[in-house]
Every structure is written in structure tokens, then in C-alpha cells.
Design a protein around this ligand. Sequence first.
Ligand code: AMP
Length: 193
Amino acid sequence: MKRIAVFCGSSTGFKKIFKNEAKNLGDYFANNNIGLVYGGGKIGMMGVIADAILEKKGEVIGVIPNLLRHEEVAHNGITKMHITKTMSERKVKISRLVDGYIALPGGFGTLDEIFEALTLGQLGIESKPVGILNTNGFFNYLIKQLDVMVNEGYLKQSNKEMLLIGNTIEELIAKMDNYKIPKVSKVINKVVS
Ligand code: AMP
């Protein structure tokens, strides 16, 4: 994978472990020549991963909608910044730049972005790997909720498995590298083979 989109919090959270893992992922990207595509912020987890990569002279591409482009939010030191008119345009732009998606701990924005990527995969519009880095079990309840959706008949097990889960960076990247999307028809949820 040449470039990966990372969706993550605009806050750093309360525990150091998550912030440290954002830095570790940034180091991993820089050491392995993987470019980061992200929301373009200098705040929170976003700023931590971007700075880690920049420190090692790696590639950081931001995609930020005009409305978030305040001085206090936008990162001015990155390799390239794309500015979009809307939040939805930003997602399309990000999807055109990357070979896969990773979510780190975050809030609504992070979930919105990673679930949109999954929805595109589910519909067969995209075939890129989508993963979550489950540092310290941060996403355990979310994973449980997906099981509820499967058990209640709202989510196919095969579609649930599109979400790759790694407890470590190496585990997640290995799963993403080996990912093969199930063949889905254009009709939602119909698995062809
Ligand atoms: P959240 O998880 O709610 O903190 O939102 C973070 C995600 O939403 C990031 O992946 C960004 O792409 C986007 N986002 C939310 N707030 C901002 C912000 N102030 N600046 C840039 N991107 C943001």
C-alpha cells in the first residue's frame, strides 16, 4: 500500500497509550514509505500522527473542507493540503488518493468516515481494505455492536468481516496487505460467491 487514509480523533483522549500508538503508526508509515492521507488537522490524534511522519521526512497529505480551515486547526507544515468545499467532497477526494483506510481512536467524525468506507466496500463501489487499530481494546464495544447487527439480521457476517481488526500495527497492516474483498453483486448484501 502506497498511501493509507487514517481517520482519528481531533482530540488526543485521556490516556497516553492512544496518543503513543498514533505516533507509533506515524513512525511505521515513515519507515515503510507509506504516505498518510488524513483530515489535515494539527490538533488531537491527527496532529500526532502527522507530526511523527513529518519528523521522519515522510509524506503527509491533508484534505480539509473550507469550513475547518482555521489557523488553530489546519496543519500548515504538511507535504500537501487539498481544500474541498464540503465534508462530503473531502471523503471522495480522500478515497481517490488512498489504497486503504485505518481508524484509530476518535469520536463521531472518525466513526462516520470509517463506516462510509465500509459502506462503499459493502456496495462493491470500492475494494480497498478497511481496518481498525484496536489499541487497548478501544473498539471492543463497537465490535460487539456489529455482532448484535449480524445476530439481528441487519448485517451479513461476510460484510462484517470486511472490517479488519488488528491489536497491533503489524497485525493490522498484514491483514490489510492480504485482503481480498468478497465478490458482491450491485444489489446490497447479495454475496455472489
Ligand atoms: P472526531 O473523531 O469526531 O474527533 O473527528 C475526527 C475526524 O473527523 C478526523 O478523521 C477528521 O477527518 C474529521 N475532523 C473532525 N474535526 C476536525 C477538525 N477540527 N479538523 C480537521 N478534521 C476534522
